[in-house]
Write a protein that binds this ligand. Structure first.
Ligand SMILES: [Zn+2]
Length: 585
């Protein structure tokens, strides 16, 4: 058997965020070897140039003599053609960037993202890759998404891609072991503080996992699964790996019901990726190029459908109430509908341009791009309703998912958009496949009308009679030092009045507006009123006249009073709950 590629990680200087990684280049591969640190990590479609964090790189031959290492481009290095191996190459990395796609090492924990940590050996990517990662200091423990090797503190990946898809955490970290369908799972809390109820998390996660399993109606496609969840002062998000995921939530998530619900949705999202993305793989992502962007037009399925089910599955699992499901769907719908970019960038295009638009945002983003998560999830909702409208006794989009799974899971070619449209045509009909093709190919939001909602006994209704706020047409960020117009929406009131994204709001009609005061300041006016808005733009102080717009309608999704038995039954097949459980709020 070919010699494995062996790595050893030294974490003895965690306090200074330093990681030393040694890779041993086997004797037969040493001459002219090319080592590459990926520029991106699977699931996060952005060039991150992880080599930015490489502080030193040096190599030694078997006699201990130093070997020159020559840069090859910006993220690869070469050994001399005449070197005698094996050669140890050691990198010192700086790791102080906490996100689910970057390394973060401190005295509390060490989160290692393999793409940012382990340079791979060109031409040897299908060999076993072994990592020795002794925890430091004593008493800390290494958690890995990889299975353990024979030697202590070693972990074994079947090949380069398996290693890149398997994160590590080290620390003295609260964790809990549990089972889903007889398969061992571990949840690790790497929060810098917080007090999660691990038993509750295990219970909710088990229920969500079982709902995912029921969706695909087969065995769990893994024999182990590990959630590594970091907690920081703010932020949130997740990244799927082959047999686990990395999550990030605010430290005090579990003291807040809405944040806890967001966490549960995140668990459902990453867990569903066990099937969708990790084993049901978009064709373009089957063989990723870790030195360059790998584009796919199918993220509306890979992420959009996953985002749709990350709300549906906690509801089916009885972890969420149906009310929360409907409110979350409504918020997504409202957000997609009020984003000007939805009428400029098609969903398919948004997917292709993830690298340069979704992951590289600025103040103009809402005007030029749509979000393939939210927009994709709304298309999934429309598709699901149309399938259930045509066949109220069927399982709607669940059946399309199962069809794709049965045909394209774990295949060397993955699935294409055409495969998805064919599955839709089969479960529904050709017209529906054409409609979805149009939804994905043209810059427009989905169309979900009263009749479609009635399929599952729902309707749109007014939400409360609170005071309406005339529209300024902006997205804002509020902080203690003031309000920033993060984005000014194209052709809206502020846009027409001459305001621009990035302006800092100082006053309306000569009276200062502080954090939390903007809505009240606008409510003092009627729609069509002209107001003087004072902002700073860089060094300049400016006042512009803005004519306010009509308030947005405040609406919600509710159960129909006149729902038929069929509609109530279809709701139950869809949400896994009864229509009677939909409470008003
Ligand atoms: Zn995802």
């Amino acid at each position: 058997m070919a010699t494995p590629i062996r790595y050893r990680v030294d974490l003895t200087d965690r306090l200074h965020h330093l990681v030393r990684v040694r890779v041993t280049v086997p004797e037969e591969l040493a001459a002219g070897a090319r080592l590459v640190l990926p520029v991106w990590t699977p699931g996060s479609y952005m060039v991150r140039n992880y080599s930015h964090h490489v502080q030193t790189i040096r190599a030694t031959d078997p006699t201990g003599d130093s070997v020159p290492v020559t840069p090859d481009g910006i993220t690869a290095w070469r050994l001399p053609d005449d070197v005698t191996g094996p050669v140890d190459v050691e990198l010192e990395l700086y790791a102080n960037d906490l996100s689910v796609r970057t390394n973060h090492v401190d005295d509390h924990h060490a989160l290692l993202i393999p793409a940012a940590t382990f340079p791979y050996l060109d031409g040897a990517t299908d060999r076993l890759h072994e990592v020795e990662l002794p925890p430091h200091p004593a008493g800390h423990r290494t958690f890995s998404l990889l299975p353990a090797g024979d030697e202590p503190n070693t972990f074994v990946a079947q090949d380069r891609d398996h290693l890149i898809d398997s994160a590590f955490e080290v620390g003295d970290l609260p964790h809990i072991d549990f089972e889903v369908a007889g398969v061992p799972h571990t949840f690790v809390w790497a929060g810098h503080g917080g007090a999660p109820d691990l038993r509750q998390i295990a219970q909710d996660t088990t229920a969500i996992g079982e709902a995912c399993l029921a969706l695909f109606g087969s065995e769990l496609p893994t024999d182990r699964y590990v959630f590594l969840c970091a907690g920081w002062d703010q932020g949130g998000g997740g990244l799927e790996h082959r047999d686990g995921s990395v999550l990030q939530m605010p430290i005090r998530t579990f003291q807040d019901p809405d944040l806890t619900a967001r966490f549960q949705s995140l668990v459902a999202h990453e867990y569903l990726h066990l099937w969708n993305v990790k084993r049901l793989v978009p064709a373009d992502l089957v063989e990723p190029d870790y030195e360059h962007p790998t584009h796919s037009p199918s993220l509306w399925v890979a992420e959009g459908w996953t985002a749709y089910y990350d709300e549906l599955l906690p509801t089916r699992a009885k972890v969420w109430t149906p009310r929360r499901l409907l409110d979350t769907l409504r918020d997504t719908w409202e957000r997609v509908d009020t984003t000007p970019g939805v009428r400029l960038q098609a969903l398919r295009q948004a997917s292709h341009e993830a690298w340069t638009k979704h992951y590289l945002r600025d103040e103009n983003s809402p005007n030029v791009m749509t979000d393939y998560y939210g927009h994709g999830s709304l298309v999934a909702f429309e598709l699901d309703l149309r399938l259930r409208q045509a066949d109220p006794e069927g399982d709607g989009l669940d059946t399309v998912f199962r069809t794709l799974w049965s045909r394209h899971a774990n295949t060397p070619e993955g699935y294409t958009e055409q495969d998805v449209l064919e599955a839709i045509a089969e479960v529904g009909n050709d017209d529906l496949a054409d409609l979805i093709d149009t939804r994905v190919g043209a810059p427009q939001p989905p169309e979900i009308d009263e009749a479609l909602l009635a399929t599952v006994g729902l309707r749109v209704t007014d939400a409360g009679n609170g005071p309406a706020t005339p529209d300024l047409g902006v997205q804002v960020t509020e902080a203690d030092d003031g309000i920033t117009l993060t984005s000014v929406l194209r052709d809206g009131p502020a846009w027409r009045g001459g305001l621009t994204g990035g302006d800092r709001l100082i006053a309306i009609d000569g009276a200062t507006v502080a954090r939390g005061e903007l809505e009240r300041a606008l409510r003092a006016h009627a729609p069509d009123d002209e107001v003087a808005v004072t902002v700073t733009r860089g060094p300049r102080l400016l006042t512009r006249t803005v004519q306010l717009g009509e308030p947005r309608r405040r609406w919600k999704l509710a159960a129909r009073d006149d729902a038929t038995e069929q509609q109530a039954a279809t709701f139950e097949r869809w949400a896994g709950r009864t229509l009677d459980e939909v409470t008003e709020r």
